[in-house]
Design a protein around this ligand. Sequence first.
Ligand SMILES: [Zn+2]
Length: 232
Amino acid sequence: MNLTNLFELQNIDTQLDAFQAELINIDARIGKNGAVQNANQAVLSIQNEIELIQQGLNLIIEEIERKNIKLSQSDSMLYSGKVQNPKELQDLQQEIQYLKNNISDLEDKQLNQMIKLEEIQKSHNSAKSSYNGIASQFETAQSQMAARKETLRLDSERLRRKRDVVLSSIEPELVARYELLRKRKKGLAIAALENDACSACGTQLTPSERQEVHQSSKIFLCPTCGRILHQN
Ligand SMILES: [Zn+2]
């Protein structure tokens, strides 16, 4: 029995199945920008942190300004000669010392906040460049997937036209048997005989079985996997 056309039909269907599987795989991945969103979220959260540090820094700077005004007022009071009472003079001197210590503490704080700010700005830059990389990778992958989809669509169309032609050359009964086997055998109904073995399951045929494949007027099924065997 000449199974050349049926074998070709199988090759076309196998290819179409592969295209279909690839399409499903692409559709599952296309438009999924979770990684881009995560990278963007990381940038935003660092920006948020920068704002908080900046606000804290502004408060410290304002506080230092207020304390400095107070200090210069107390200083001029001290040297104005208006305060004569020793107790009051002592209080004033204490207050000046207190303000100076206070300002010095605040300036340490200010410096720490500025160092923090500088460090977090570095993280911000690296998060931004990481985001840019991920976003551009995403765009590239999107356009590659879209292009691949278009190729798959055109190739599938071409194969389906070819399939129609091949199909019309095979007896309907054989086609029906083929379709049934395809459903049962994971899409592969007919296998080639390669080096006297079934190319689907690897079973080696006996000489008499080989004879049958070669000359039989009926269809010969692989004794192990049950697929139609075809000698090229
Ligand atoms: Zn087999």
